[in-house]
Design a protein around this ligand. Structure first.
Ligand code: IFM
Length: 441
């Protein structure tokens, strides 16, 4: 199947700083909103925190060696803002940056290309305490300064830079629904946050251009295709709204320089719209080199007279992963072809795709047949999309390691490498061995 992908296709794995690094108080790292949130009783399952996680901060060389054994071309990781600026701004912490230099040395030793995400949700707590976090426009400016500091020093070593990971999740789960850090429940605040995250993205793209860096920069969005429950036009309308608030609210400003008019009207009709400076859209729409897509599943939407939003999501009868997310590989094909149809030929990267299953170790092995099947079927749909003309350039499996799955703590395992959290021993799961063999062609 590998031969169905172009020769120069990039195959990789992905992780994020707070989910794997641990070493929360080492070498001058400041507190992040996730350190703070995970200590609040009842916010994370079992009170788990990222204090130790996979201890990747100390074991990064071993983890890079595993990637080399797998044979990946690239590694997508994220840089922890509070390691670089413990207070979010002001005085940088050289030791924090040194860690990423060491990681890059190791990757280069093994010929693995580096793709760095600048923001994967670990906002310095000081920016939450003193400014209200992403609700405040100034935080986007501090993000620009942090991005400039990192890109000036590491930019040449990164073949790909992802500005912000999943602004919908950061804004909505963090500021509207309160299930992620910082745990706020205020929809209007979340709309402001979404705008400032996008503004921060645009500012980072500008910095990248000013520095004359020759790699690629773009944003990663969590994109979910939504399908109407049946052919009732009211269901189609419901699916349009959910697609609009979740997908187009982020795609349109980045790729077309404007918010989707139907959704602006929908928010206005519900008195939920906020003032968003129109001038910012010029910055948000700065030309990106690629679009990163995190795809896990689809949604089924129908109209509802009982729900105040006027719609409801419905569960399918098909198999789901340990997250309760339907396994729906065709959705990836639908999504990729739709993006090319609606947004033109911008190069696409799947920056995350994978599945959580309740893995067990048997005789030193992890027989995660379902995860292997999940990956295989999604790869097939990606190949199908390429054959139909989609400019898909790379694919990062989420995740290299089992890790801290946010509000679910360590109870959900997404890795193609198993982590025994008591001993920190790593075991390449059968899915990882399958991926290795696939990469060998
Ligand atoms: O673990 C997360 C990741 O941090 C962002 N995208 C979705 C993954 C699975 O929930």
């Amino acid at each position: 199947m590998k031969s169905q992908f172009p020769q120069d296709f990039i195959w990789g794995t992905a992780t994020a700083s707070y989910q794997i690094e641990g070493a929360a108080e080492v070498d001058g790292r400041g507190e992040s909103i996730w350190d703070h949130f995970s200590r609040m009783p009842g916010r994370v399952v079992n009170g788990h925190t990222g204090d130790v996680a996979c201890d990747h901060y100390n074991r990064y060389a071993e983890d890079v060696k595993i990637m080399a054994e797998l044979g990946v071309d690239a590694y997508r990781f994220s840089i922890a803002w509070p390691r670089i600026f413990p207070e979010g701004k002001g005085k940088p912490n050289a030791k924090g940056l040194d860690f990423y230099q060491r990681l890059l040395d190791e990757l280069e030793k093994h010929n693995i290309r580096a793709a760095a995400t600048l923001y994967h949700w670990d906002l310095p707590q000081a920016l939450q305490d003193n400014y209200g976090g992403w609700v405040n426009r100034d935080v986007a400016l501090y993000f620009r300064d942090y991005a400039a500091y990192v890109l000036e020093r590491l930019g040449k070593r990164l073949f790909q830079v992802i500005t912000i990971n999943e602004p919908w999740v950061a804004a909505m789960l963090g500021y509207a629904f309160g299930v992620h850090a910082p745990g706020i429940r205020d929809y209007k605040a979340a709309l402001h946050a979404s705008h400032h995250l996008l503004y921060g993205h645009g500012l980072a793209v500008q910095v990248y251009r000013e520095l004359g860096l020759s790699g690629q920069i773009g944003i990663t969005l969590n994109l979910t295709p939504f399908y109407p429950r049946c052919d009732d036009p009211r269901d189609a309308d419901a699916a349009r709204i959910v697609d609009g608030t979740t997908n187009r609210w982020f795609l349109d400003p980045v790729l077309k320089g404007r918010y989707p008019e139907d959704i602006v009207e929908w928010y206005k009709s519900r008195d939920m719209m906020v003032d968003l400076p129109a001038d910012d859209l010029k910055v948000i729409g700065e030309k990106s080199d690629f679009l990163g897509i995190n795809y896990y599943s689809r949604g089924i939407v129908g109209h509802s007279d009982d729900d105040p939003r006027g719609y409801k999501q419905f569960s399918p009868d098909s198999p789901v992963t340990d997250m309760g997310w339907e396994v729906y590989p065709t959705g990836l094909y639908d999504l990729l072809t739709r993006l090319t149809r609606d947004y033109g030929s911008i190069p696409l990267y799947i920056t995350e795709n994978g599945a959580a299953y309740p893995d067990v170790v048997e005789d030193g092995r992890v027989h995660d047949k379902e995860r292997t099947e999940y990956l295989q079927k999604h790869f097939e749909q990606a190949a199908r999309a390429i054959a139909d003309g989609v400019p898909l350039k790379g694919y990062y499996v989420w995740s290299l390691l089992d890790n801290f799955e946010w509000a679910f703590g360590y109870t959900k395992r997404f890795g193609i490498v198993y982590v025994d959290y008591d001993t920190q021993k790593r075991i390449i799961k059968d899915s990882g061995l399958w991926y290795r063999d696939f990469l060998k062609g």
